[in-house]
Design a protein around this ligand. Sequence first.
Ligand code: ATP
Length: 790
Amino acid sequence: MSPPLPDVYAPGTRITVGSHQARVVKYLTSGGFAHIYSAEISPPDPSCPSNVACLKRVLVPDKASLNTLRAEVDAMKLLRNNRYVVSYIDSHAAKSPFQNGTYEVFLLMEYCAGGGLIDFMNTRLQDRLKEFEVLKIMSEISQGIAAMHALQPPLVHRDIKIENVLISKEGEFKVCDFGSVCGVIRPPKNQEEFTYVQHDIMKNTTAQYRSPEMIDLYRGQSINEKSDIWALGVLLYKLCYYTTPFEKGGEIAILHSRYQFPAYPQYSDRLKNLIGVMLREDPAQRPNICQVLEEVSRIQGVQCPLRNFYLVRAMQQQNSDLHPSVSQSQLPMTLAHPMIPSVDIHGGQAPLRPAKSFNSDGVLTARQPVIIPQGIQTMNSNVSTDPFLNLDKTKLLTPNIPKLPAGPELSYNNHIVKSQTFPSMAAGAFLRRSASPVLAGRGDISKIVTANQTSASPSTLYVDSGTQTYDETEKLSRSVSRPLSNRSISSASSGGSIEVQGTGGSIRRRLSHKLKKIITGERRSSSPIKSRQNTGDSVRSTFTSLRRGLSGSNFTSDTSNKRNSMDITGGMVGSNSYKFRVSSSDSIEEEVSLQRASRERHKRSESTTSIVSDFETYERDNGTEVEDYYRSHSPIKMSSNKDSKSSIQKRVQDLLQNSNESPKKKSGQSYSKKFGGKDNGIERQTTNETLVSKGDYSNLSTPKVLSPAKRQSSVLVTPMKSQQSASKKKPVPPPKPAHLRPKKPPKPSHLKSGKFSTPKKEALASPESVISVDVDDLEEDFRRRFPSAL
Ligand SMILES: Nc1ncnc2c1ncn2[C@@H]1O[C@H](COP(=O)(O)OP(=O)(O)OP(=O)(O)O)[C@@H](O)[C@H]1O
C-alpha cells in the first residue's frame, strides 16, 4: 500500500531534480500515486521550447517499488530522443522525509500541453475522428512504439492504450507511461512460472488490450512485440469507434479474436483490414510495427517515415552469411543500409492480395485487395513474414463465423470532458498540423539505426560510440544516497549534455542485455541452447525438445527450443550446424534475432564494458546487486548465480524459491488500471477482469502422458530430408516412462473446448512440406550412428 502523497507543492516551490532546477508553475493533476505539475526548468532542455517541463512526483513505498520507477526511467532514457515518445529530461530519487522507509521520485519530462489523447477524443464525441486524423495519430504512435521495438533486444511496452498517449503543444501524439515496459517474455515452463507471469500480466497490462497469448498462457507463445501490435490494434479500433473491440465479448472474444465493426463511423476497408491483421489471434500472423507503419503510410498516401529495421537486419544478416569476411561498413551503402521502398515503386500498381472485408454491419463479407509492401515482396519473397500476404484463411473460409451482438451503444452524453487541466486541442489546430513524414527528425528511428551502425560490427546494429568511457548518469547513485536538505535534491542524472546515442546506447545496452538475460532466462553464456549443452545432456535434451515440439507441447514456440530441435543430424549438435531443418514458420525476425543473439553472446564474452552505469553505481552505493534490480522487474525470476554455467535446475530452484514472494507492486499503478471508471468521457480501462488462465494451479492433476502415437506429429522438414527420414523407418522403441517426460499443467476445462484444445500450428512456409516424423526413429538412428554421444 502506497503512503498518501504529501501536500501539493505551491506554485513557486523550487526543487532540484538531477542537474536541473525546477520551479513549480502549476499543479496539474494526480496519477495513481503521483502529483503532476508544470514547472519551469533551468538549464533549458531541447524538449521544452518554452522551458516549461512536466514534473512528476511519485511517493514510493519501498525499495522494491523503486525498481519499477527505475525501469520506467531507464526506458525513457533509452527513448528520450524519439519525437513520438514523451521525452525524459531528468530524474531524482531520495528517501522521503515524510515517512520512514519510503522514497520520493521526481521525474522531469517534456510537458505535453495538448493533454491526453483521451481528452482530445472527448472533444470529438459528436463529430468522430476522420480517417486522416486516425491515420495521423496511428502513424505517430506507431513511430513511438517502433523506437522500442527497434532496440536489440526489443522493449515491449505492454500497456499501449488510449490513456497512455499525450499530445504535445505542437499537436504531436506521444507515447507515455513506461512503467510496464519489459523484455520479451518466453513462455512459462512450469507452474511457478505460469503463476508469476500471470500475476505480472495482470499487474502490468490493461484487460481490454490484452492479447490472446497474454490471456492463455497455455499457448506457449512468447509475449513480445506482437503483443504490443495487438494492443495497438485495439487502440486503433478505439480511435475509430470509441470502444474496444472486445468490450462485450470479453476474454473469450479476445481468445478467438472475434469482434465486429460498428456501422458508424465509416472507415475504409483498408483501415479495417489493418485492424483485422493487427488483431490476428496468432502473433506470428500479425504485422510487425514497421509493416503497420508502412500500411498506415500507404493509406495516407505518404512515404513511410521509417525504414523497416527488421528487413534491414535480415538483409545484413544475409550479407554477412554470404560474405562473412566483409564487414557491413565495407559494404556499399545501398547494400548495407538499404532503403526499403515503402511506396509503390511500380506506378502504384503493386500486386493485389485478398484481404478481409467487412460490410457496413461489420460482418465479414469478401476478399478485398490490399497492396503488398513492395520491399517485403521483393526482398523477402521466400519468407512469409508479411501478414498482408498470409491472410487469415481460416477465418476467410469459415462459413459460419459467429455473429456477435451489435457493438455497445455509446452514451456519450454522460461523458465528462476533462478540459480544465489541459486545454483540448482545437480541431482547427489539429487540421493545420502537418502529417508529413519525418525522415531525419529528432526521433527518426532510422537515424538511430544509422548512428548505431557506424560503429557496429556486422552482427550488432545498435552499439554506442564505443569511445564513451564516462556516463554522467552515474551521478544518480551518489546523489540518491545523499541526505535531503532543505528540499534541495542533488543531481539525479545528467540532462541533455550527453550525446544522445552515447547515453542511450550505453543505457540501452545495459538494460537490454540485462533484460534479455534475466527476463528471457537467457544468460550471457547460458542461453537456453547453451545451458542444455552445458548441463551435460545436450543430445538427450535435443531429442527431448524435439519430442516436445512434435508432441505439440505448449512450449514449442520458444524459439530457443525450436533452435535446439533443428540440430539433429550429422552428429553435430552445434547451434549453427544443423542440416536437418525441423521448423514451422520461423519468422525472419526470430531467425535473425537468434543468430544475432548467438553472435552477441560471443561478442560480449570477449569484451568488458568500461562504462560505469548509474544503476550499477547506485547498487554499489546502496548495497544491492544491479542484477537484483532487473530480476525484481522481471516477470520470470532467475538465479542470481553469476556462474556462467548455471544450470536450468538451479534456475528453476531459484524460481521456486522466488515464487513464494509476491510480485513487486508497481508504485505508480495506473489509476485507470486500478480503479477503472468512466470519469473521463470515453471509458478508461479496467483490470477487474480475470485472466482465463487464472485457474488455481496448485490443484493441478498429474499431466497426461502422451501416447507414442501422439508423439508422432506433423512437422516441417525439407523435402529432401523428409525422404531420407522416411526411408530410415525403424521399429518404434517403447515409450519413455511417464515420470521421465516433461510435465505441464493441464489446461483449465474452459480452455479445452474448440480450437484451444489443440496446440496452435504455425503457418507453413511455402518451400517446405509437411511429413510425419517419428522422433524415436530419429533418436534410434542417431544412437546407432553415434553410440558414444548418448
Ligand atoms: N508529460 C506530461 N505532460 C502533460 N501531462 C502529463 C504528462 N505526464 C502525465 N501527465 C498527466 O498526468 C496524468 C497522470 O500521469 P501518469 O499516467 O504518468 O501518472 P501515473 O501516476 O503513472 O498515473 P497512472 O499510473 O494512473 O497512469 C496523465 O493522465 C496526464 O493527464
